[in-house]
Design a protein around this ligand. Structure first.
Ligand code: BT5
Length: 262
C-alpha cells in the first residue's frame, strides 16, 4: 500500500533540525520512508547556510528520508516530488490555485510571497551500515500554516515576503490534517521518482503550477549571473531560460523573479 511508505513518523517537540536528524539516521542505515516532524526547530536550515523561521507549535516542519533509485542527474526531482505533494495537499484544503511553485524549491502565493520552502540534502559517501542501499536524499519542507497571522507577526526582513495558509484561508488550518494529506500525496509522487514516465510526469506537473514560467528572471550561478525569460521546464525538470536569443538550461542556482523595469 503506497500510504504505508511513510508510516514511520517520528515527532519531536523541539529539535535543532529535522533534516539534520534524518541525515544522521540515514548515515546509520535508516530505510526509505522515515519521516521526522517537529513542533519547533532551534536551528531550522534553509539553503546555502540560510535559516528557516517558525515559532513553536504553529507551522509544519518536516523531513522525509528517500532512497530512490535515481541517477545523480535526476536527484533534484526529489525536491519537485515533495513540493508537488505539498501543493496537492494545500489544494485539497480548498486553496486550489492559491499556491504555485517558484522553481526550484519555493511554494508561493499569487503575489510571490513564500508559503513554504524545500531543502534537499544528501550524503554522497555511503555510510557504514547503509552499503547496498540506494543513496539517501533527505527532503525537508517548512510550511507556514498558522504563522504568520499577518505581516505584523513577521520580522522586518520577511514582511511582504512570507505568507501563511491561515492568511490565505482566512482562518486557522489543521496542521495534522495537512501532514496526512502531504504524506498521502507524496506516496505516488515518490514512486514516480523511480520510473522514467514518472519523472516526466513530475516535470509536467511542475510546469503546470510553476509561477516562474513567463516571468523575467535573474539566475545566480556559482560563477556569475544572467537574466532572461523563463520559458518552460525540460522533461528532466530543469528550468529553460531564453537569454540573448539562446535557450539556456538551468540545472541549479537561485532564481530571482525580476519585476518589469528593474
Ligand atoms: C528554503 O531555503 O526555503 C528551505 C527551507 C526548508 C525548511 C525545512 S523545515 C524542516 C526541514 N528542517 C530544516 O532544518 N529545514 C527544513 P531558502 O530558499 O534558502 O530560503 C530561506 C530564506 O527564506 C531565508 O533566508 C529567509 O529569507 C526566508 N524565510 C525564512 N523563514 C521563512 C518563513 N517561515 N517563511 C517565508 N520565508 C522564510
Amino acid at each position: 500500500m503506497p500510504q504505508n511508505r511513510f508510516a514511520d513518523v517520528r515527532r519531536f517537540e523541539s529539535i535543532d533540525s529535522t533534516n539534520r536528524y534524518l541525515l544522521d539516521e540515514a548515515r546509520a542505515g535508516a530505510p526509505d520512508g522515515v519521516v521526522a516532524v517537529a513542533d519547533h526547530q532551534t536551528a531550522g536550515r534553509g539553503r546555502l547556510g540560510r535559516t528557516w523561521e517558525a515559532p513553536p507549535g504553529a507551522n509544519l516542519l518536516l523531513s522525509v528520508l528517500l532512497r530512490p533509485a535515481l541517477e545523480p542527474a535526476d536527484r533534484h526531482l526529489a525536491t519537485t516530488a515533495v513540493a508537488l505533494a505539498a501543493a496537492d495537499a494545500i489544494a485539497a484544503l480548498g486553496l486550489a490555485g492559491a499556491v504555485g511553485i517558484k522553481w526550484p524549491n519555493d511554494l508561493v502565493d499569487g503575489s510571490g510571497r513564500k508559503v513554504a520552502g524545500v531543502l534537499a540534502e544528501t550524503d554522497l559517501v555511503p555510510a557504514s551500515g547503509s552499503e547496498g542501499l540506494p543513496a539517501p536524499i533527505v527532503v525537508g519542507i517548512g510550511i507556514n500554516v498558522n504563522w504568520p497571522d499577518g505581516d505584523a507577526d513577521l520580522p522586518p526582513e520577511l514582511r511582504g515576503q512570507a505568507v501563511s495558509l491561515r492568511m490565505l484561508a482566512g482562518g486557522p488550518v489543521d496542521r495534522d490534517g495537512l501532514l496526512d494529506g502531504l504524506l498521502a500525496a507524496l506516496a505516488p509522487r515518490a514512486a514516480d521518482l523511480g520510473l522514467p514516465a514518472g519523472r516526466q510526469r513530475l516535470s509536467l506537473d511542475l510546469l503546470a503550477v510553476c509561477t516562474t514560467i513567463g516571468t523575467r528572471v535573474r539566475v545566480d550561478l556559482a560563477d556569475g549571473s544572467f537574466q532572461g525569460s523563463a520559458t518552460g521546464i525540460s522533461p528532466e525538470g530543469h528550468l529553460l531560460v531564453a537569454s540573448d536569443g539562446v535557450t539556456r538550461t538551468v540545472v541549479a542556482g537561485d532564481v530571482v523573479h525580476v519585476r518589469p523595469g528593474s
